[in-house]
Design a protein around this ligand. Structure first.
Ligand code: FMN
Length: 212
């Protein structure tokens, strides 16, 4: 009855063929991202595109080094091992021909300054910040990017695992924009595997409450 295949065709892709993604395609994908909604239409996003394979490897190395530096300080063997093993997922961008780094700009939620001026308690102010309106807008853009890419035959993977090394990643690529910080990244390329499946979803009745 309805064709939502453009949604269901997106899967997390972690292995890519060695095929370049043309800049024109990347521009179209970023443009699709920019058509996402954002609070007050602030468009508080910035996308850094990296096609240089050596630089992508350097980013992966910076993450690996930070992972080791952190793991070396952890005494609990299980926690340490789990964190180190997680590198596989933290580095799921490593063999992609292109990556897109997603930066988020500062966003003050509607009513925050007003609540503060009205003397609202810290708990209430924090609850408003926790709604993360700024993150909601950038996440919408990121999802648009991934769906547009899938529609054009490319694979992507939303990756936040290496964000504990966000500072090192930005230093490695030499990118700085006032008020912006690294939030996530995605590899982008032609998937190696033709038949990718996503993990199962919770049934609708479990995730939906209808109040009549
Ligand atoms: C906020 C967020 C962070 C994620 N971080 C990672 C990550 O660091 N590494 C990774 O391999 N996948 C990561 N994923 C991908 C999820 O594992 C994946 O979306 C989920 O398993 C569902 O699979 P699907 O994307 O194929 O539908 C992340 C997804 C989201 C939304």
């Amino acid at each position: 009855m309805f064709d939502n295949s453009f949604i269901y065709n997106r899967h997390s892709v972690r292995k890519f063929q060695d095929i370049e993604v043309p800049m024109e395609h990347i521009k179209e994908i970023i443009k699709a991202g920019s058509f996402a909604p954002s609070g007050k239409n602030v468009q508080n996003w910035h996308f850094v595109v990296i096609k240089n394979k050596e630089l992508i490897e350097k980013i992966a190395k910076a993450v690996e080094e930070k992972n080791k530096a952190v793991a070396d300080k952890i005494l609990d063997k299980n926690i340490k091992e789990k964190f180190t093993k997680g590198l596989r997922y933290q580095l799921a961008f490593k063999n992609a021909p292109t990556i897109i780094l997603v930066y988020i700009g500062e966003y003050i939620p509607t009513g925050y300054n007003e609540l503060k001026l009205a003397g609202a308690p810290q708990e209430e102010l924090q609850a408003l910040l926790d709604t993360a309106s700024g993150v909601q807008g950038v996440s919408a853009a990121m999802e648009n990017i991934m769906i547009a890419a899938a529609n054009m035959g490319y694979g992507t993977c939303w990756i936040t695992g290496p964000m504990y090394a966000a500072k090192e990643i930005s230093e490695t690529i030499g990118f700085k924009k006032d008020g912006y910080s690294l939030m996530a990244l995605t590899p982008i390329g032609v998937p190696q595997d033709k038949d990718i499946k996503s993990p199962p979803r919770k049934p609708i009745q479990e995730i939906m409450t209808v109040i009549e």
